[in-house]
Design a protein around this ligand. Structure first.
Ligand SMILES: Cc1cc2nc3c(=O)[nH]c(=O)nc-3n(C[C@H](O)[C@H](O)[C@H](O)COP(=O)(O)OP(=O)(O)OC[C@H]3O[C@@H](n4cnc5c(N)ncnc54)[C@H](O)[C@@H]3O)c2cc1C
Length: 413
């Protein structure tokens, strides 16, 4: 990885991507593979940040397969999950059964996101047109005559200026690019935040992804020798919880997931708990002349059902399919950018709508202490495979899976 350096000279970059998350790294990789000069700027020095989503969905694995990378990817340490089970209001429930899917991989991969991003970076570096600058934070846009023509940023060696035919904001839910762009954000509201913790895993622990009861919801992601957990709290309630003390928080965890009783003391104090602010919003318009936003920068996703990474990857695939040719010719127009939004805004809206419904249905007891049993019609329906099939499709594939249409121009070269 190249550390940031002074980039005042005009770099040979057709496309400059702000943010090396799933959306930015996948887009950077696809464009470089198609022979386009691309520069990804990532503000952190590495990908080693904990508590990012760690799910790689069957549709992303399908993308990997289409790219000829699946076998290599699956050599990395990971867990494969085909049955996603939960306990809600004391009742076992099948959230997803990937064996219903018609994808190449009928399972979801659990892999720390730094490994996933590291893999994409490694694959990208095989192409001479792929450039990744770590420790380089985008701080502003360069505009000329109403058109975005580049970005300003800062790196350890000093200020940075990059000019490009197209700037892509893939810098996540607190996107600087979109803040600077003047694009209008529609807040669709997220009623919760998440307290992220890790607790050790034991051999006989239940194989459950979600535990929800009496107004409390805990997600447990298997990381091999430990559980990466997210405890949902109503927005604004985290401070009150902190004031009640760590012992009270430990008791809440045990209440919803009793098997963790023997190890909650691993949370010594609040420094072992990381609060993540959940956002749910979307841009009215994802683009301006010279600028496009994708992934969470275009539509911040809540963690409900863990589908945000999938959507970010699908955005990147669609954007690369539509942009590779015009970028090569130096002729990206508003119509190309509009086409990307048109293509991706339907699955985004539908996914956000589903997340809102699920949050309301399943997690509605967040601030209520009584048992949260699913309503009887839902329990009845759960006896059929239909709800499970629908959820599986939603989690595993999403509403409009994209397929790689960009070529590998270096293949055999
Ligand atoms: C608590 C929580 C848990 C979640 N769990 C899951 C899950 O399990 N599965 C799932 O699919 N989704 C999950 N999500 C949603 C998921 O994290 C996002 O939808 C997804 O990461 C979006 O990918 P992205 O590439 O658009 O943005 P991000 O993943 O946010 O990546 C943005 C990148 O840009 C970099 N960056 C930011 N600002 C700048 C800047 N100014 N200059 C340069 N670089 C910058 C960041 O360092 C980061 O690397 C969760 C969300 C939350 C809040």
């Amino acid at each position: 990885m190249e550390a940031g350096s002074s980039l005042h000279e005009k770099l040979p970059s057709r496309c400059c991507i702000a943010g090396g998350g799933p959306a930015g790294m996948m887009l950077g990789f696809l464009l470089a593979r198609a022979g386009i000069e691309v520069l990804v700027l990532e503000k952190h020095a590495d990908f080693l940040r904990d508590f990012r989503g760690d799910t790689v969905h069957p549709s992303t694995l399908e993308t990997m397969h289409e790219l000829g990378l699946l076998e290599e990817f699956l050599k990395r340490p990971h867990q494969e999950v085909s049955q996603v089970r939960a306990r809600i209001g004391g009742e076992p429930i099948h959230l997803g059964n990937m064996s219903y899917l018609r994808t190449r991989c009928r399972f979801m991969v659990l892999m720390p996101q730094w490994d996933f991003l590291g893999f994409l970076a490694e694959q990208g570096r095989r192409y001479p047109t792929f450039h990744l600058r770590m420790q380089t934070e985008v701080t502003g846009l360069i505009e000329e005559n109403g058109r975005v023509v580049g970005v300003r940023g800062k790196a350890p060696a000093g200020p940075v200026e990059v000019r490009a035919d197209l700037v892509v904001g893939a810098d996540g839910r607190n996107s600087t690019v979109r803040d600077c762009s003047g694009l209008m954000v529609e807040d669709i509201g997220a009623s919760m935040d998440s307290l992220q913790i890790r607790l050790s895993k034991r051999a006989n622990d239940p194989d459950l992804f979600l535990h929800s009861d009496r107004g409390k919801t805990l997600v447990t992601i298997d990381r091999g020798d430990y559980w990466h957990c997210g405890f949902a709290v109503p927005k604004g309630a985290a401070e009150k919880m902190q004031a009640r003390g760590i012992e009270d928080f430990r008791a809440s965890i045990v209440e919803v997931a009793p098997f963790l009783r023997d190890r909650v003391t691993e949370l010594r104090d609040w420094s072992d708990v990381k609060q993540l602010t959940v956002k749910a919003d979307r841009l009215r318009k994802w683009y301006r002349p010279g600028l496009l936003c994708i992934g969470d920068a275009a539509h911040a996703m809540s963690p409900v059902e863990g589908v945000g990474i999938n959507l970010a990857i699908q955005d990147a695939v669609a954007a690369a399919n539509i942009l590779a040719e015009p970028l090569r010719k130096g002729a990206v127009s508003g119509e190309h950018l509009e086409k990307i939004q048109r293509h991706r805004s339907f699955p985004t809206r539908l996914t956000q709508r589903m997340q809102a419904i699920i949050q309301k249905q399943v997690w509605r007891g967040l601030d209520k202490p009584q048992p949260a049993r699913p309503p009887w019609p839902l329990r009845l329906l759960e006896r059929t495979t239909l709800p499970c099939r629908m959820r599986t499709r939603f989690i595993g594939v999403g509403f409009r899976p994209e397929h790689v249409k960009t070529p590998d121009v270096y293949k055999g070269g």
